[in-house]
Write a protein that binds this ligand. Sequence first.
Ligand SMILES: *[C@@H]1O[C@H](CO)[C@@H](O)[C@H](O)[C@H]1NC(C)=O
Ligand SMILES: *[C@@H]1O[C@H](CO)[C@@H](O)[C@H](O)[C@H]1NC(C)=O
Ligand SMILES: [Zn+2]
Length: 505
Amino acid sequence: MAMQNKARLPCTSSFLVLLWLLRPALGVPDPAQREQLMLQEASMQTGGRMTLTVAEQKLDARLHRLKEQEMNNIPFPPAVHFFKAKPLIQQSEVFKLLHRMPKGGALHIHSMSLVSVDWLVKNVTYRPHCYICFTWDNSVRFVFSERQPFPRWDCFYWQLLQTLRDRTGDPHAFDLSLVQQLTLFTDDPEGKYPNQDVVWEKFEKSFIAAAGLISHAPVLRDYLYQGLEELHQDNIQYLELRSGLSRTYELDGSIHDKLWTLRTFQQVSNKFKLDHPEFFGARIIISVHRALGVSEVKAAVKEAIELQREFPEVVAGFDLVGREDSGRSLWYFREALSLPAELGVTLPFFFHAGETDDEGTDVDQNILDALLFNTTRIGHGFALPHHPIAKELSRRRNVAVELCPISNQVLRLVSDLRNHPAATLMSEGHPLVISSDDPSLFGSSGLSYDFYQAFVGIGGLRANLGTLKELVLNSIRFSSLSAQQKETSQKMWQKKWDVFISACS
Ligand SMILES: *[C@@H]1O[C@H](CO)[C@@H](O)[C@H](O)[C@H]1NC(C)=O
Ligand SMILES: *[C@@H]1O[C@H](CO)[C@@H](O)[C@H](O)[C@H]1NC(C)=O
Ligand SMILES: [Zn+2]
């Protein structure tokens, strides 16, 4: 088109002279065409076709100016490890705005790392009857018990935590050492975690340590409420929590089943909604570990089908969790995962897939297999950009990728977040949502830190308020809520968004 237009222009000598003057050199590409291509490309990115109101445009301009300033900062937070970047991000004006922004749903968070470790240490470990034990591999275990707990295979000597804390004479230092046990935080992340194996080992140890605290029945109730409270404080309105529904125990050692956990979750989220009417709710994605065998996963799938039948409002679906690189592939579990289709029932899948940088392995294949098993979303999808067929399927079927930037950095898939492969997905407007995976273990909370990394690091200067708005709307659109619930939730979100825009633009 552009060529034809040019051919029709009058070709007088004065026009040629004008052209000669305008162009620095012969052979320079047509600026108008260049401009058009740039606009075309910009319209393809996440939020690229979003039309902004006048007030939104004002805030967008402000964000752009602030971002430009921050990009000159040395060190640039997305380029350094999150443990070092966190205090810098907290100072950022962009971050402060992202914190205030209503962010819709958090669709990828695990139940064992929902609540800040500060709360676990300062609140839970100060409760009476809490026992602690140090294992041979320098980890800890906790248990609440009305009498001295019996020795276990992993724990021989249990001490009353309060007695031990008092005896150390420095409760502050003691509490800090507990925080160390329950998070990955360190001043020297590169030195302490030289590779993925080391960081995953510490990661799994922290989970096991926290489990003894969280699965005490009275703690679990407060823990879930506190988790929703922390999300709410970060301006999040909805949660889909991956949970193994681990058994909970009482002080006398009696055990509750999974139905109890689901019922408790439902009661707590209903109570929270009553106390916070602008919160839409919370659902559970039942998750089992990928280290299990086929028959165990088969049993878990059957159980999930039954639990969903019993708690249709709470149970959203099913997932397999644990490190993909050392765990079993989705294809390995194909007999178990095809059960719902064989039984003629629906059990939506929300598979972690492609959380790997091992290209071409069985694990790398998880991403295509997740799609072949009709997954509703893809957890991480770090490997997606180099699987063109899977990428096309995910896009065509609107199977959103749950992007968790800080998790990928801390677990050592990428170090400088400007190089995160999702930059490609964002520039193409691939269906995406932002989440935080295991916020308490990484020392983050809610979604604001991950939004910062996605907006400033991965998206760069190109990402704008339209990008943010689309990412937030995606978290409702790609949630497991019913069509009608999505509509109501979006209306509730829009009200908060309008308030945010008028306060910040
Ligand atoms: C712990 O949290 C619970 C519920 O959130 C609260 O009632 C209690 O007062 C807190 N206890 C301490 C020691 O902070
Ligand atoms: C996936 O969906 C397709 C189309 O609806 C269906 O034919 C197929 O059986 C499903 N596969 C599984 C494993 O659920
Ligand atoms: Zn995860």
